[in-house]
Design a protein around this ligand. Structure first.
Ligand SMILES: Cc1cc2nc3c(=O)[nH]c(=O)nc-3n(C[C@H](O)[C@H](O)[C@H](O)COP(=O)(O)O)c2cc1C
Length: 228
């Protein structure tokens, strides 16, 4: 079983160009039903996903593109202003990999802007889930939503669906709140574009790397007094 999971996780990647065909409603339901198994603190199950179907997805994308073209980003949970090392290097490498895949040069500001705007066009996905969480629960509930997202991504991969989690859409909450039934007590965390991958699209050839586990996991065998 672990080998199956490892293979699924290695094969998964963010997809940034989708075919227009919608996903069957039963498949969408199965993906989210599978992810309901995710654990959460005290089993509060705080994830709230508002899922668009065509033609709503396209209409929402139009509203998001208009907002992104004309307004400044202002997410309900502020984005980081700065990424210290080593996060900065990881972030830059991810950007370089994507622009290289798309054949966009470092100084090609016009094409970089267009690539950024593709986020708001939802990469032409037939569906987006706008994911929110009750703000009264605080940061630990956001952890729960992150765990749930991992389950959704894994279930999607197992069902042959392509996905792209998108913090970018959270930067323009007005069109989301203007058109979707989002509770005032909820905070918008991210979007999740999903559908079927356009395998011919250059953006979908992007591959990211991962640090070795030593960068992220520390083993402690003997306790050392660190109090100085
Ligand atoms: C919470 C979250 C938000 C993300 N937001 C965006 C986004 O706004 N736009 C985008 O193109 N990718 C976004 N991504 C995708 C990441 O860039 C991607 O997961 C990372 O570079 C690793 O690549 P991989 O998913 O292909 O393995 C997001 C991923 C997560 C988990």
């Amino acid at each position: 079983m672990i080998a199956d999971l490892e293979a699924a996780w290695r094969a998964r990647r963010s997809i940034r160009a989708f075919r227009p065909d919608p996903v069957e409603r039963t498949t969408i339901t199965r993906m989210f039903a599978a992810a309901q198994a995710a654990p959460s603190w005290c089993n509060v199950q705080p994830w709230r996903a508002t899922v668009t179907l065509p033609p709503a997805t396209h209409r929402l994308a139009e509203a998001l593109v208009a907002a992104a073209r004309t307004g400044l980003p202002h997410a309900e949970i502020p984005f980081p202003l700065d990424y210290p090392p080593p996060y900065k290097e990881h972030r830059q490498a991810c950007g370089v990999a994507l622009y290289q895949a798309m054949g966009i040069g470092r100084d090609d500001k016009a094409r970089r802007y267009d690539a950024w705007l593709r986020n708001y066009a939802l990469f032409d996905a037939p569906h987006v889930a706008i994911v929110a969480c009750d703000r009264r629960l605080g940061p630990y509930a956001y952890v729960d939503v992150g765990v749930w997202l991992g389950y959704v991504l894994t279930a999607a991969a197992a069902l042959g669906l392509a996905t792209c989690p998108m913090a970018s859409v959270a930067a323009y909450p007005e069109p989301l709140r203007a058109h979707l039934p989002l509770a005032d007590t909820d905070v918008v965390l991210f979007g999740l574009a999903f559908g079927y991958a356009d395998d011919a699209a250059p953006a979908n050839t992007c591959r990211t790397s991962r640090a070795p586990i030593e960068a992220n996991v520390t083993f402690v065998e003997d306790l050392v007094d660190r109090r100085g």
